[in-house]
Structures are given as structure tokens and as C-alpha cells.
Design a protein around this ligand. Sequence first.
Ligand code: GDP
Ligand code: MG
Length: 163
Amino acid sequence: MLPVVSIVGRPNVGKSTIFNRLIGSRKAIVDDQYGVTRDRHYGESFWNGREFNVIDTGGYLPGATDVVKKGIREQVHIAIRESDLILFVVDTEGGITSLDSSVAKLLREQETPVLLVANKADNEERELNATEFYTLGFDELYPISAISGRGTGDLLDRMVELL
Ligand code: GDP
Ligand code: MG
């Protein structure tokens, strides 16, 4: 079985954009067996000769923050159970939110390795701003731009080291 990398984080931080960049032209499989956590996408990726599966999480019901929060918590719990590595995505454009902090808390309380990915670091200024995310309590922070690909090589190098 290939190692599994799950992508988690609040809505709109760019999880699906990162997922699409990781799987490239390969096809995603949609898994709808989970209740509010339907819409999980599975795809294969490889880097430096290492193959792995990637899971994009999402599909939270729109609406009140507590409903979104419940969906995210559920996704994070599944990710913790089934992953060898978790990419916790935050957004350098929007900064830290209370949802980020609650996801951070869940992820810090468990053993699966986590890389904090500060997405939308499209330029040097955004990349510098990304240091604020160290306050979420993770050792390894990777500022990237999923749209341009900036920083994604360093992230992938580290990912396959950990798999
Ligand atoms: P998700 O809800 O976390 O899956 O986020 P999406 O991948 O759907 O992206 C949310 C929005 O952020 C979309 O409009 C994306 O085009 C945008 N986005 C994603 N990555 C980047 C990035 O690296 N830079 C910028 N500026 N926008 C991005
Ligand atoms: Mg998405």
C-alpha cells in the first residue's frame, strides 16, 4: 500500500488547488461514503521516485461556523487515523482565524507528522508574513503558492523524506 498524505484546513485556503497540483493530470477518485464529510478526493502523486496517495478533504456543509467546524473536526479525525503525513493548510492572505487555531489544537494532540503549509504566498511579502503561523505551534512551516508553484518543490522534498 502506498503511503497516504491528507490535506486538511478550513474552507478556501487552497486545499483543492494544492491537491490538483500534487496529482497533476492523474485522475482523482471521489469517495462519498462519509456523511457530512462526503466529497473526499483521492489521487496518486510522486516525487523523487517516491509514490504516495493524496487525499483532499472538503465538502463541508455551508452555513453556520459551528457546522463547518464540526465537518472540519470530523475530517481531521479521519485524516489522523488514515494518514502517514498531514498537510495542514493555512492562508497568508486571510491570516490566522479561530478555525485555524482549533484545527491546530487537534493536530498538536496526536502523533502523525504535520507540515504546516502557508498557501497563497504568491510573493516575497506574503512569504515573510507567513512567519505569523509559527504561533500555531508547529515546527515546520512551508510558505507556498499553489497557483504559481512557488515553494512547492521544497515542500515535496520534505514530504517524501517523511514518507
Ligand atoms: P479549498 O476550499 O481549501 O479547497 O480552497 P480552493 O483550492 O478551492 O481555493 C480557494 C480559492 O483560493 C480559489 O479561488 C483559489 O483559486 C484560490 N487559491 C488557491 N491557491 C492559491 C494561491 O496559491 N494563491 C492565490 N492568490 N490564490 C489561491
Ligand atoms: Mg476544496
